[in-house]
Design a protein around this ligand. Structure first.
Ligand code: PGA
Length: 253
């Protein structure tokens, strides 16, 4: 299976800055062997849509609403984003869960909303420092994942990418901590097992499990030693085209 390396630009850049960054991505990432996705802000998506389409990169959004059309003031649907060539959407990022109070139930609806129109969701899961410290990381992730994929069948789950993003390891988290390769292996193996139990081995083996949390050009080779890592969701380091390109290249070694 192809790896998936996604840039999560978050709310960091305006349109002009996004155009400049993507230009550099395209220059540095010419023939990627894996899927490389740029998840830009809604306002920048129309601006970069054409140049991304002409490149080997793929366009993604950072969120969607679960319905496609209707009286939902302020929301943006997967269908509307598809108009601009968006093929991926991050769903359930911990920052949305924290600041917008998104619940697993809402995340589940969004996942289904994306799948309904053929958009690939990047479902984010992961525990915070409290659960980590109380030794409940696995229990937390199990409960969260199960709730988020409720009602998703075998055919649909293989289209979902799951990003394990422990909140305590995200670069902007206050008092962030380093994660070890062993931690990543344990959790990714656990997620694969949860998928096997929920579906079957064949299905579980087709789901891409990404890691996210302070991934950069310096720690990528170490992280890649972990098992069951099929891609990365990159935040801060994706704001620097050279750093992001190095992460992309590391997967091709
Ligand atoms: P980070 O962000 O790479 O800056 O830690 C990752 C994410 O939140 O998706």
């Amino acid at each position: 299976m192809k790896a998936l390396i996604a840039a999560n630009l978050k709310m960091n850049l305006n349109s002009r800055q996004t155009i400049a960054l993507v230009k550099n991505y395209i220059k540095l990432i010419r023939k990627p062997k894996n899927d490389v996705v740029v998840c830009a802000s809604f306002t920048a998506i129309p601006e970069i849509s054409k140049s991304v389409k002409k490149s080997k990169l793929v366009l993604g959004a950072q969120d969607i609403f679960y319905e496609q059309k209707g009286a939902y003031t302020g929301e943006i649907s997967a269908l509307m984003l598809k108009e601009y060539g968006c093929k991926y959407a991050i769903i359930g990022h911990s920052e949305r869960r924290q600041y917008l109070k998104e619940t697993d139930e809402l995340v589940n609806l969004k996942l289904k909303g994306a799948l309904r129109v053929g958009m690939t969701p990047i479902l984010c899961i992961g525990e915070d420092a409290y659960f980590r410290d109380s030794g409940e990381s696995f229990a937390f992730v199990e409960k969260q994942l199960k709730a988020c994929i409720t009602g998703i069948d075998k055919k649909q789950i293989i289209k979902v990418a799951i990003a394990y993003e422990p909140i305590w390891a995200i670069s902007t988290t206050k008092d962030r901590r380093d994660i070890t390769t062993r931690d990543i292996t344990q959790m990714h193996n656990f997620i694969r097992k949860l998928l096997k139990d929920a579906y079957d081995l064949r299905t579980a083996s087709k789901v891409r499990i990404l890691y996210g949390g302070s991934v950069n050009e310096q720690n990528i080779s170490e992280i890649l030693k972990a098992e069951n890592v099929n891609g990365m969701l990159v935040g801060a380091a994706s704001l620097d085209a050279r750093k992001f390109a190095k992460v992309v290249k590391a997967f091709e070694q």
